[in-house]
Design a protein around this ligand. Structure first.
Ligand SMILES: [Zn+2]
Ligand SMILES: [Zn+2]
Length: 699
């Protein structure tokens, strides 16, 4: 091969798509070097497209070792030198370096955002031999042939250095925070107890945990007060409806009883019918955060899961680049062409025809902008393989949202019927869609709340079947879930599109929170309290937001990387010094929290025999074998015990057996399916299973 152009992409799929889009002569060739794939295409000259594997370089300390802090000196290094399990990166970098030797032109085609720009720049600088200042940049939002060809024809003359500076600074600042604070926690706990446990916190992780702790504290200190609700079941033309009392919450029981007595066995009369018509505007196009919340609300997918799914759909050129904060759809994407392609799918055909019949296609847009990418939209390409269930749902959601933004407002009607029952007022509420508008396009994803009431007129008598008194207690605000905490992070402006979902996952991985409705664990509380007590800046939401703003300014060329780094170190230095002084107290507090957390992990549930103890996973002193025993054994009160499988790992499931109601454990053996074990020897399900097997053997 003579001299060629070298294009660098962020991921292998993107490399293949770019090579095949640009190839004009003969067949595009897939090559491999040491297990690293790359592609050779022929246009006017030869083009070699080689992918990265996400980040190949990372920030690391200058001196090696995990046992000390503070650390303020760092440099960018190949990931394999800094991280365990990143061996593959070495051959990857070697292959790129080899390919760079014979290239006479370099193009960075990584994703156009701060992460992608940092990935591309590092490779050009470190693996290709300082080519970052002579490289061109490809900018695109979809991996379709047309857009890739256009982007290659209109190459940007140089890299986007503002984006690179902003992204690089972010990595450096986050690394400084993460490494110093996590080491403080881990080292102080280890020095105290002699045991190792990974504890972490970070610049964004700390404040995120704070939101959760504040909510958890509110919930735990919440004192529920009783209140009473009154409802009337009324019958109108053969159907029964529920009417609510004029006062939603009655705080005094005698007052509620008085109403009940006054209305019992009395009939009512329609006093007034209020009908209100209103418009419900179409939704705005999806940015990543909105798509993540919607997928959580509709399908229960965590933000991280949605992020993976959209990434796959993007790499197959089905949707545009998902890591966007834009709610705009520029006309250049060609709405009509996209819709026409989508109409090949039978379920979209009629809907598309309706949109194309409109005199003009104009999307409703939101306020949020993103300089690099438009909102998320379908490219019009259709899947070449069978999508799995979750991919299909998210793809359909993106397609339908895209169609819905071009729809007409929906027209709805709400009806409030005032019913007088012995001078007390009750309301019947109806809600009805008069004109579907955009709702038709959004179809299965519309969360509807239709209540149809029959026509009623003033003076009409109403048959009251029953008046019901319900006692209730006031409730605290609900716990956050992965969708709502993501929204909270977005609103407060902490973290980035690329990092938020992972930060939430880390809170689970470290066992600071558990369950879908995020409950802060004892360990989560202790970590937060130690940080808040000894170094409040680390969990300060205000400080984090301020730093975020400064980093954004770098991108807008209104702030320098050096200044932000100096600022970050100035905040961090005294904090870490202070923490170091208090290492012992912190270590003691965290060690006991870890011990308790580990103990909690082994508790299975209440002992069904003595009812006062807890069943726990225990280890025999003599044989080292594990079994289930009751905590009351140690008090000489209960000798209940059950055997456990010795292979694989066992953890409490937190759910009871549907056959006998005993707590259950989950057994995980490598290479086998997860298995729920009810250890009750007399469980009726066991008997059933035994019989089934017997029957089968007899046949
Ligand atoms: Zn017991
Ligand atoms: Zn059972």
């Amino acid at each position: 091969m003579g001299k060629y152009t070298l294009i660098i992409t962020e991921k292998p799929d993107a490399a293949q798509r770019i090579a095949s889009a640009l190839n004009e002569k003969g067949k595009m060739k897939k090559m491999e070097d040491n297990g690293v794939p790359y592609y050779v295409a022929k246009k006017d000259k030869e083009i070699v497209v080689v992918p990265a594997l996400g980040h190949l370089y990372t920030v690391a300390e200058e001196r090696k070792g995990r046992n000390y802090y503070p650390v303020f000196n760092f440099r960018w290094v190949p990931r394999y030198t800094a991280e365990r399990g990143a061996k593959q990166i070495r051959t990857w970098i070697e292959t790129i370096s080899k390919l760079a030797n014979n290239a006479d032109m370099f193009i960075d085609a990584c994703d156009y955002d701060i992460e992608g720009s940092v990935i591309g720049c590092c490779i050009l600088k470190y693996a290709c031999g300082n080519k970052e200042n002579v490289s061109k940049r490809m900018k695109y939002s979809t991996l379709t042939k047309e857009e890739l060809e256009k982007s290659y024809a209109e190459l940007l003359p140089h890299l986007d250095f503002a984006l690179i500076e902003a992204g690089g600074t972010r990595h450096e600042v986050d690394w400084l925070y993460g490494v110093n604070l996590s080491r403080v926690l881990t080292i102080s706990a280890r020095n105290w107890s002699g045991k190792y446990a990974t504890l972490s916190t970070g610049r964004v992780q700390g404040p995120t945990l704070k939101f959760l702790v504040i909510r958890e504290k509110d919930i735990r200190s919440f004192v529920p007060t009783p209140y009473w609700e009154i409802k009337a079941e009324v019958e109108i033309s053969g159907s029964v409806f529920e009417a609510e009392y004029e006062k939603e919450k009655i705080k005094i029981k005698s007052e509620a009883n008085a109403v009940l007595n006054a209305c019992k066995k009395k009939n009512g009369q329609v006093e007034k019918v209020d009908v209100r018509r209103f418009q419900q505007k179409p939704p705005v196009p999806f940015d990543l955060g909105a798509l993540q919340s919607e997928a959580y609300g509709l399908f229960g997918y965590t933000p991280r899961r949605t992020s993976y799914i959209t990434q796959r759909l993007y790499l197959e050129a089905l949707i545009s680049y998902p890591r966007t904060s834009s709610q705009k759809l520029p006309p250049e994407i060609n709405y009509e062409a996209i819709l026409k392609k989508l109409s090949k799918v039978p379920k979209y055909k009629k809907l598309v025809a309706e949109l194309l019949a409109k005199p003009e296609l104009k999307p409703r847009e939101g306020k949020k902008k993103d300089p690099a990418h438009p909102a998320i939209y379908p490219t019009g390409r259709l899947p070449e393989r069978d999508l799995d269930d979750s991919e299909r749902k998210v793809f359909d959601l993106v397609v339908r949202r895209f169609m819905a933004v071009f729809g007409e407002p929906a027209i709805k009607q709400s009806m409030k019927v005032h019913v007088n029952v012995n001078r007390h007022h009750f309301y019947l509420r109806g809600r009805q869609t008069l004109k579907e508008g955009w709702l038709r396009f959004y179809g299965p994803h519309v969360r509807s709340e239709e209540v149809l009431l029959p026509l009623m007129e003033e003076g009409q008598p109403i048959n009251v079947k029953e008046v019901i008194l319900e006692d209730n207690f006031t409730k605290p605000l609900p716990r956050y879930n992965p969708g709502s905490i993501l929204k909270k992070m977005e609103e407060t402006g902490i973290g980035t599109k690329a990092t938020r979902a992972n930060i939430i996952q880390t809170l689970y991985d470290r066992k600071y929170v558990r369950e879908e409705r995020m409950i802060v664990t004892h360990l989560g509380f202790e970590i937060f309290e130690a940080l808040e007590k000894y170094c409040p800046p680390v969990v300060s939401i205000k400080l984090t937001t301020e730093l975020e703003k400064k980093m954004d300014k770098i991108q807008a060329k209104r702030e320098k990387r050096e200044n932000v780094l100096v600022d970050a170190i100035e905040i961090l230095k005294p904090v870490v010094e202070e923490l170091k002084e208090k290492e012992k107290v912190i270590g003691k507090q965290l060690s006991s929290a870890i011990k308790r957390a580990r103990l909690e992990e082994r508790i299975i549930g209440a002992c069904p025999v003595c009812k006062t103890g807890n069943l726990m996973i225990l280890y025999s002193r003599k044989t080292g074998k594990r079994f289930i025993g009751c905590t009351n054994y140690f008090k000489g009160k209960c000798e209940t015990s059950f055997p456990l499988p010795q292979k694989g790992s066992v953890r409490p499931l937190g759910r009871n057996c549907r056959g006998c109601g005993w707590p259950t454990v989950q057994v995980r053996i490598k290479g086998k399916r997860l298995w729920t074990l009810c250890f009750n020897p007399d469980c009726p399900l066991k008997e059933e299973r035994r019989k089934r097997i017997e029957m089968r053997n007899m046949q």
